[in-house]
Design a protein around this ligand. Structure first.
Ligand SMILES: C[S@@+](CC[C@H](N)C(=O)[O-])C[C@H]1O[C@@H](n2cnc3c(N)ncnc32)[C@H](O)[C@@H]1O
Length: 230
């Protein structure tokens, strides 16, 4: 993964522990279940339609962490294809291992900054669904600018959805939930699917990830949002 320097990132790469099994999975499973972006061949070089060798509804998960949600979704919905983008090395290795063990053919992993992937490699109207579950809340005021859910990024995501495509989010941080609601509601191509134009109930497909379990232990509430591309 090559990271450009200048822009404000939604993540900080930490040296955290990566197990030998996760490193091995990155080395051995990336050729099978990873998508390697070719930065030399220029923008939009990445041909999504060839990735799975079939035409099926396509879902993107941004920042999948350990991959609990995308893995379960891929297992339960063999008629849909899934792409997960993550920058956290241990999480990428973990998910690659799980995919290889389950022998799944409807899920691929991109080890890269999702903002760059969407800006440079994905054509408009590509996805039926985009998930951003518990994005880093960047709680301190001076760090809020690092939050993934901002006007510019949501405009980019809206453009990468197909008409009637869904953008589903969750957060356990109230001020971020409010920001998400404001930013998404202000995006003209998006329509809130919540009956009260605010938040939806917890969707049944969402599994309890390690991150969410921790958040529960801390007594946090969770806000779910679901918007449709007009
Ligand atoms: C708080 S964790 C939540 C993980 C997971 N979605 C869950 O619900 O358990 C947020 C994740 O987003 C990833 N992330 C943050 N910014 C990202 C970006 N620009 N591109 C890809 N992943 C990103 C982080 O590495 C981290 O693993």
């Amino acid at each position: 993964m090559v990271i450009e320097n200048k822009r404000i990132r939604s993540f900080v790469l930490r040296a955290g522990r990566v197990t030998a099994a996760q490193e091995r999975a990155i080395l051995e499973q990336s050729p099978h279940f990873g998508i390697v972006l070719d930065s030399n061949s220029g923008n939009l070089s990445f041909n999504l339609s060839k990735v799975f060798g079939r035409i099926a509804p396509l879902c993107l998960e941004i920042g999948f962490g350990n991959g609990e949600n995308i893995l379960q979704l891929a297992l339960k919905n063999p008629d849909r294809d899934y792409i997960g983008v993550e920058v956290h090395r241990a999480g990428v290795g973990h998910l690659l291992n799980c995919i290889a063990q389950a022998g799944l053919t409807n899920i691929k992993v991109i080890f890269h900054d999702a903002v760059e992937v969407l800006e440079n490699y994905i054509l408009p109207g590509s996805f039926d669904e985009i998930l951003i579950l518990f994005p880093d809340p960047w709680q301190k005021k001076r760090h809020n600018k690092r939050r993934l859910v901002q006007k510019k990024f949501i405009a980019l995501l809206a453009s990468r959805l197909k008409p009637k495509g869904l953008l589903n989010l969750a957060t356990d941080w109230e001020s971020y939930a409010t920001q998400m609601l404001e930013v998404l509601s202000a995006q003209p191509e998006l329509k809130n699917r919540a009956a009260n134009n605010r938040f939806i109930s917890r969707p049944e497909w969402r599994v309890l990830s390690r991150f969410e379990r921790r958040s529960q232990r801390l007594g946090h509430s969770v806000w779910d949002l679901s918007f449709e591309r007009l």
